[in-house]
Design a protein around this ligand. Structure first.
Ligand SMILES: [Zn+2]
Length: 881
């Protein structure tokens, strides 16, 4: 474990290295307790660098064997080594030399899951961001591009399969039942993309013919016996390869593309060149074990990692400050892929929900940072929703501003100009400026400035003058270390909607530049005057969520209702309804705090029924619209003095009111949606299941609800319906005989399937109320649970602390005490995972004073622990700052 050194890395300190490593040869002699790694590095001194400049290589907890230069073993006086650094004090005078380094590793004891480790007896690696230095000493930074040749040796019976990046170039038998394989990757790559896998795995094989007619061998490797669960992932891979050729003109470049699924993995998946390594949760699926959401995630993540081959691998990042260059862009690409494979409007709604649930609270709290940060203490903590999700929104805005065609021209230029390079955000912006002739300097603040901008908007209509005026004011709230903000360029898509639901044509506009339905807000205030507007329109604003901003709009309730029922753009229609729901829930929250029974306007309740039964709308859309804003969403919109119990009561009251008033519509529809066909994972079938399961949630609150959910559970023929029913039972009817039985049946049926048991943990961790803490504590002792496995920890502890508002934020602070204990326990093994868990308290300052005090105590008790890892200390100190 790397303890905190307090060192802060700054963007402005970037300078190129004195040495390069154009070629890297690695030989692994694998053994769980003592793996020998021999690295042979071709080192080149840059022009103009004096021969007396020492060569300093990064390490992390390494045990050094031998060091040699050009075949000569170095004397101890010629170098200086610690576990975390190797310095060649007097390198040879020649500008190019060969450096040999031997290290010894114990992969079986590597529980941090960075570098080379074992997962279920399979050797695997994770090197992003700085895991390669746990394998050998190296210039472990993304701007050092090298051509790798890797030889792997292992006992045949233990590891019949030996994989690395690139193409296989040799293999053979060795003495004592050992064998070897050699892999060569012709594309220069940074060390974080290095990968190795060795073990006994089952293979699913297929092939793909690229646009130019080259055949690529595809392989997905899984735990033996699970091959039949990899079919959907393989199909998603082939669709991704085809889509990238069509949408971006990008073709795959090696003869082999392999994916390996492992069960112990810190992240979702990793895009290592030609050898992606996946958390098995994002590969394995069939209708019996995976939900529709799992299928959608698999499709998206397979695509994401594949798309990195161009955006991340062929063009990589100059330094880790540029992480969004590969991540934001690749998330944008996978969002577009999923939108093309599924329903675009539904996909967009889901994206915006995710952005608001994960990125908005980050941007509004102590962990706020720009999409491209300027400093960090621990880069592992910057794999955030801001870098990924907001990073994707920024790319989307570039496309909105330039138009699809110019955007594509810019992407083409980016690939042409920077292929084989380690690039920066400035390089990325420049290609779009060059193809469009526009100045994007104000726009680029989206990369450099943290915080979610707010737009305050009001309108007036002058019927006599036929003039409609929008008054728009932008503000960007202060964030840590940035109190003064500059004005941003915000592309606000809009429509003036007439009584027939269609856009009103206007004859002229002044006060801002308005192109293709987008107002370009660049100043603090704009008075945007539309002329030739006879009737007073309803304002449909930020259509398609054209900018990741919050809106404070003065809009008549009548107009909101009208848009929620009639806006011709599906996304905007959802947004209008969601805004209405949020407003109603916030006032219900205040009523609860005042000790009153919350009341709801009947037209909102009726509108919910109308949306449910509107056959012109896709079922998936109706399911999303009927899913009320989450407790966390409501808390975020309230902003301060949060009492999670009052939010829960308000939301529960609205759910019951909607269910009672629409019982007949919901119940009829529920029956009609019963799926009699064979299971299909496609978007349309998934949408019908989603709607039916949403209706079940409402109906379960009415008389006979527990019995209905129990029948739903018993008759389910797929995991989507089974897990939904179990969740309804546990969350709505906790402790009932139906729930107790369903939980026991589920456990008995899936006891040996860890990924399905994760759902069982997750559901129980989500049960609202103060008693859940006891259940969660007890479940940490369940035989299927393990503190060493990230998926298990996330499903139980992660769900409880980040998704259970009333359970975690228990008024007496018991939830926080559990949180401290577990975070510290996890940290001993896996600091990265512990730091991720610790972000659950990032919004602690928005709580009411009593809970705030207890949350602060909890954070302080972690901060005061000695020898904390850099990962955890960084998160906790920034959260407290
Ligand atoms: Zn990625």
């Amino acid at each position: 474990m790397r303890t905190d050194t307090g060192q802060v890395f700054k963007l402005e300190d970037y300078r190129p290295t004195d040495y390069l490593i154009p070629e890297t040869g690695l030989t692994f002699r694998l053994s769980p307790e003592a793996t020998r790694v021999t690295a042979v590095l071709t080192v080149e001194r840059r022009d103009g660098v004096a021969a007396s400049v020492p060569l300093v290589l990064d390490g992390d907890g390494l045990t050094l064997g031998r060091v040699a230069i050009d075949g000569q073993t170095l004397a101890p006086t010629d170098f200086f080594a610690t576990p975390d650094q190797l310095t060649i004090t007097t390198p040879p005078a020649a500008a190019r030399f060969q450096l040999l380094i031997e290290t010894e590793l114990a992969p079986a004891h590597n529980e941090a899951l960075m570098g080379l480790y074992r997962s279920s007896n399979v050797y695997c690696t994770q090197c992003e961001a700085e895991g390669f230095r746990r394998i050998t000493y190296f210039l472990d930074r993304p701007d050092i591009l090298s051509i790798y040749t890797v030889r792997i040796e292992a006992p045949h019976h233990e590891a019949p399969l030996l994989l690395s990046n690139g193409n296989p170039v040799g293999s053979g038998e060795l003495a004592d039942g050992w064998h070897y394989a050699v892999w060569h990757d012709p594309f220069p790559k940074p060390s974080y993309l290095f990968a190795l896998v060795a073990g006994a795995l089952g293979k699913v094989a297929d092939s793909f013919v690229t646009l130019s007619g080259r055949e690529v061998e595809l392989g997905i490797f899984v735990e033996p016996g699970k091959e039949r669960l990899a079919g959907y992932a393989m199909d998603a891979l082939k669709r991704s390869m085809k889509w990238d050729e069509e949408a971006f003109g990008r073709e795959y470049d090696l003869g082999v593309f392999n994916i390996v699924a492992v069960s112990d993995f810190n992240m979702g998946a990793m895009e290592n060149k030609g050898l992606n390594i996946f958390n098995d949760k994002y590969v394995l699926a069939d209708h019996e074990t995976a939900t529709d959401a799992d299928f959608a995630n698999i499709e998206a993540i397979i695509a994401h990692e594949y798309f990195h081959n161009w955006t991340g691998n062929r063009i990589t990042c100059r330094d880790w400050f540029q992480l969004c260059l590969k991540e934001g862009l690749t998330v944008f690409r996978d969002h577009e892929f999923s939108a093309d494979q599924r329903s675009r409007a539904v996909k967009r709604i889901a994206e915006v929900r995710t952005l608001k649930a994960h990125q908005f609270p980050e941007d509004q709290g102590p962990l706020a940072h720009p999409v491209r940060p300027r400093r960090y203490r621990e880069i592992n903590n910057f794999y955030t929703a801001t870098v990924y999700e907001k990073g994707s929104e920024v790319v989307r805005m570039i496309r909105t501003i330039l138009g699809a065609e110019t955007f594509r021209a810019g992407m083409d230029l980016y690939f042409e100009r920077h292929d084989g390079e380690a690039a920066t955000i400035e390089d990325f912006i420049k290609v779009f400026e060059d193809v469009s002739g526009r100045d994007l300097s104000q726009f680029s603040l989206w990369y450099h400035q943290a915080g979610t901008p707010n737009l305050t908007i009001s309108s007036t209509h002058n019927a006599a003058a036929q003039e409609f005026t929008l008054e728009i004011e932008q503000s960007v709230p202060p964030t840590p270390s940035e109190s003064r903000k500059r004005l941003m360029h915000i592309p606000l898509a809009f429509s003036l909607v007439g009584a027939d639901g269609k856009a009103i044509e206007y004859s002229g506009v002044e006060g801002a530049s308005v192109e293709d339905g987008v107002i370009h807000i660049r100043k603090r205030r704009h008075m945007v005057r539309f002329s030739g507007v006879a009737e007073r329109p309803a304002m449909s604003l930020n259509r398609g969520f054209s900018a990741p901003v919050t809106l404070s709009v003065e809009q008549r309730a009548d107009d909101q209702f009208f848009l929620a029922g009639h806006d011709n753009d599906t996304f905007s229609r959802w947004q209008a309804f969601n805004t209405l729901l949020t407003e109603v829930l916030i006032s219900a929250f205040r009523q609860v705090l005042d000790g009153r029974q919350p009341g709801f306007a009947s037209r909102l309740i009726e509108l919910a029924g109308k949306i449910a039964g509107d056959e012109t709308l896709e079922p998936a859309y109706r399911a999303l619209a009927l899913a009320l804003p989450s407790e966390a969403d409501i808390a975020r919109d309230i902003g301060k003095n949060i009492d999670p119990d009052a939010i829960f009561s308000a939301r529960e009251a609205l759910t019951v009111a909607i269910a009672e008033a629409n019982r007949e519509i919901f119940s009829d529809l529920y029956d009609r949606l019963t799926d009699k066909d064979e299971f299909r994972p496609d978007a349309a079938s998934a949408g019908r299941r989603a709607l039916r399961n949403t209706l079940l949630d409402y109906l379960s609150l009415l008389q006979g609800g527990a019995a209905l959910a129990a029948r739903h559970f018993q008759s389910a023929t797929n995991m989507t319906d089974r897990a939904a029913a179990l969740s309804v039972l546990a969350l709505r009817h906790n402790g009932s005989p139906e729930t107790v039985k369903a939980l026991a049946d589920f456990e008995a049926k899936y006891a040996t399937d860890p990924l399905v048991m994760d759902k069982w943990f997750q559901i129980q961790a989500s049960v609202p109320g103060p008693q859940t803490i006891h259940a969660v504590r007890a479940l940490t002792g369940h035989p299927a649970f393990s503190m060493a496995n990230p998926n298990r920890v996330r499903s139980l502890v992660g769900t409880f602390s980040s998704a259970n508002q009333t359970g975690f934020h228990r008024a007496d602070g018991e939830g926080y005490r559990f949180f401290v204990e577990t975070v510290l326990q996890v940290e001993k093994r896996n600091p990265q995972l512990a730091a991720r868990l610790a972000t659950a308290l990032r919004s602690w300052r928005s709580l009411e004073p009593a809970r705030q005090g207890k949350a602060r105590e909890a954070l302080l008790s972690i901060a005061n622990t000695e020898n904390l890892s850099a990962d955890l200390r960084d998160i906790v100190e920034r959260t407290l700052a």
